[in-house]
Design a protein around this ligand. Structure first.
Ligand code: C2O
Ligand code: CU
Length: 698
């Protein structure tokens, strides 16, 4: 049931990086030495250098198998973790290294052959110098050095599939540089004499020209990237590229209409049901100075003046109506129902499903509570700042048939607030230990919500417990866990259940071990927090049960996503970008589906941070994690946290037509481009996003 988090992906990535870097440095030095060989002062020195350089070339060749090994280790994490290396990075270097072994080494052996007995030790003969200046002596090594640079830069820029374009660019750049080097090489020997190495002003000029050329190249690329990264002031999410994955493409692309000539349907048609609501709530967004339990103050934006916002608790089947009223000074906002697969127009995404509600304005959301479990709501306008400042709250849907009476429930939202004392980890805005009295024998349910950007580790000391639900969905046949550590990605939820023992129980967020929730029979006493333990693996927990589809189903369409990082610009600012298939929003192609299709999504995280990927409007079934089929209870998630080096195969039924966000729930990543959309063919949005429109969903 337990598996350590993905072993050492960072280390293995770094080994590969290091080998590539050392290879580059080694061959750059070797190429320079080989280039200078003809200018050895004496015949003896030239012979000795030749022998040493031959040996050095053979040793340097070993970097190729070394790089192959480090690439194959990465291949162990999945094809996408090594494809660029195996198809481009390694072969690009291997070819010139082979040329070195076949052409250069024998030539060096000849140059290094011992002098005839009694030969006078003098300057090398012109013919010997000319032989040492032959292209075969230094050209292949210089090619290795250039290829090593290409191969190294490729690691930094991490090309995503399809790799054809990066492959063509790499080989083209390499070929171009080699042509230049070759042409210079051609006139090294003039009338049987090797031209002297450039000195003084000539040397400086050459260096200046070379550096200038490199700078122009880098500057040109950076300038282009900088300019094209600027976000349009006004755009529609549907204007950008689309991908149909492996399934059939657009029905009538040329006419920009779909479904055999019918015009697009606006997503505003997909609203919640009409009728008298069973539950009504009003969420009033306000600016508020609020205090954590320690007294630290938060400059908050909050629903109904509290952080987290009020708990919305409804019963399955009820029609819910929530009115958002904006009373902030200058914070347009929305409400998104995280994990609820509501009709598209109720999804609360500014610029996609509605306009942000301006200060003084209001908006009504209506949806029927169909899914039982723990969910949450939060702003989806400038969410990276608004959620951080407190515009979120818990949402619980109780089953239509009430469960056993007498259960004590604790709904606990973990969140990091910016306070006057710095970043502070909290559970329901408490940054100190919160004691609660619970009578022994009482059934307890803790609904844990990670409302933060980063993954959190939780422990429960003092009792065995069961994880009874994940992302709201019930776990089939959960078993007791003992002293287990729970990793919960940003946006995710776990429900924990146990029977209150006669001694204290303590829930701890390992980011703030002094705080937490302390349950005891009399609300007194203490218990040391549990600070470590084996890690819970939801893909192997509980028992299998029937699912409407699974790993062996016939999929109508599949998509392959690679999450990564690379240097680049976002909206005119330089960053280390978080990319999806090499792109940042709004340039990540929209995943296009048709209603009713069974869709498979494979995601691989090559970047060095975790990404909690959240698809709106749908729950995905986990088919496999890191190449291993999920063997436990069916695992339906709305937020799938991929650690560095992890990969998942997911499946969902396209049964909720609309245009849906699909983004990293580290909201700062989403705001910096790790955002894409799922689009149903034939559906459009009337809403615009971009600075000029006031709608900035992330
Ligand atoms: Cu919890 Cu797109 O969000
Ligand atoms: Cu992320």
């Amino acid at each position: 049931m337990f598996e350590p988090s993905i072993p050492a992906y960072d280390d293995n990535f770094n080994y590969d990086f290091l080998v590539a870097l050392v290879l580059l440095g080694y061959w750059a030095v070797l190429a320079r030495r080989l280039h200078r060989l003809p200018h050895a002062p004496t015949a003896a020195r030239l012979r000795r250098s030749s022998r040493r350089l031959a040996l050095a070339a053979v040793i340097g060749a070993l970097f190729v198998p070394a790089r192959l090994v480090t690439s194959l280790v990465l291949y162990g994490y999945g094809w996408h973790f090594a494809a660029d290396r195996l198809l481009i990075g390694v072969p690009v270097v291997a070819l010139p290294v082979l040329a070195t072994l076949v052409l250069t080494v024998p030539a060096l052996r000849r140059l290094g052959a011992p002098a005839p007995q009694g030969a006078a030790e003098t300057e090398p003969a012109p013919a010997t110098r000319a032989a040492a200046a032959a292209p075969r002596v230094s050209f292949p090594a210089r090619a290795v050095a250039v290829a090593g640079l290409v191969s190294f830069v490729m690691i930094l820029f991490a090309p995503a599939p399809p790799l054809l374009l990066p492959a063509l660019v790499s080989y083209a750049v390499l070929a171009l540089v080699l042509v230049v080097i070759w042409r210079r090489h051609a006139d090294r020997v003039h009338a049987g004499m090797v031209r002297p190495l450039p000195r003084g002003a000539a040397r400086v000029r050459r260096a200046a020209v070379a550096t200038g050329a490199v700078l122009v190249l880098i500057g040109g690329y950076a300038g282009w990237d900088w300019q094209t990264s600027k976000l349009p002031d006004d755009y529609r999410m549907t204007e950008h590229a689309m991908t149909y994955g492996t399934g059939p493409g657009p029905v009538d692309h040329a006419a920009h209409t779909h479904r055999a000539g019918l015009p697009d349907r606006p997503l505003t048609e997909f609203t919640g049901p009409a009728g008298k609501p069973d539950k009504r709530y009003t969420l009033i967004a306000t600016d508020a100075k609020l205090k954590l339990s320690s007294g630290a103050t938060v400059d908050a934006t909050a629903f109904n003046g509290q952080i987290p916002g009020p708990e919305l608790r409804v019963r399955q089947g009820e029609l819910v109506e929530v009115t958002l009223v904006n009373r902030t000074a200058d914070t347009p906002t929305t409400v998104h129902w995280h994990g609820l697969d509501v009709p598209n127009a109720e999804d609360g995404v500014a610029g996609l499903t509605q306009n942000a509600v301006p200060p003084g304005g209001s908006h009504v959301y209506r949806w029927r509570a169909e899914q039982v479990g723990t969910y949450w709501y939060h702003s989806h306008q400038a969410s990276s700042t608004q959620v951080r400042r407190g515009l979120f709250g818990p949402l619980v849907i109780d089953p239509a048939q009430p469960g056993p009476a007498g259960v004590r429930e604790f709904v606990v939202a973990a969140h990091v607030f910016d306070t006057d004392k710095g970043d502070t980890s909290t559970l329901n805005a408490a940054d100190t230990l919160r004691p609660e009295a619970v009578a022994p024998g009482t059934p307890v349910r803790i609904r844990l919500i990670n409302a933060d950007n980063f993954r959190k580790y939780f422990t429960l000391a003092g009792t065995p417990f069961r994880v009874s639900a994940v992302d709201g969905g019930p776990v089939n046949a959960p078993t007791d866990l003992h002293r287990t550590k729970l990793m919960l990605g940003g946006g995710g939820r776990y429900d924990l259940e146990f029977t209150m023992p006669s001694a204290p129980v303590r829930l701890t967020d390992l980011a703030a071990v002094g705080a937490g929730l302390l349950l005891s029979p009399d609300g007194q006493g203490d218990l040391a927090p549990l600070t470590d333990g084996p890690e819970f693996d939801p893909t192997r927990y509980g028992s299998p049960a029937a699912t409407p589809f699974g790993p062996d189903s016939d999929f109508d369409r599949s998509f392959d996503l690679v999450l990564d990082n690379r240097p680049g610009f976002y909206d005119g600012q330089p960053y280390y970008l978080w990319t999806i298939n090499g792109h940042v929003s709004p340039h990540v192609p929209m995943l296009m589906v048709r209603e009713g299709e069974l869709v498979k999504v494979t995601i691989s995280n090559r970047s060095f941070l975790e990404h909690p990927m959240h698809l709106h409007g749908h729950h995905v079934l986990v088919l496999s994690r890191n190449g291993h089929r999920a063997t436990g209870s069916p695992l339906w998630l709305d937020t799938v946290t991929l650690l560095s080096g992890e990969s998942y195969e997911l499946a969902f039924r396209a049964d909720n037509p609309g245009l849906w966000m699909d983004h990293c729930h580290n909201l700062t990543h989403a705001a910096m481009g790790m955002t894409m959309h799922l689009g149903y063919e034939g559906i459009s949005t009337p809403f615009h996003a971009g600075r000029a429109t006031g709608n900035t969903p992330e």
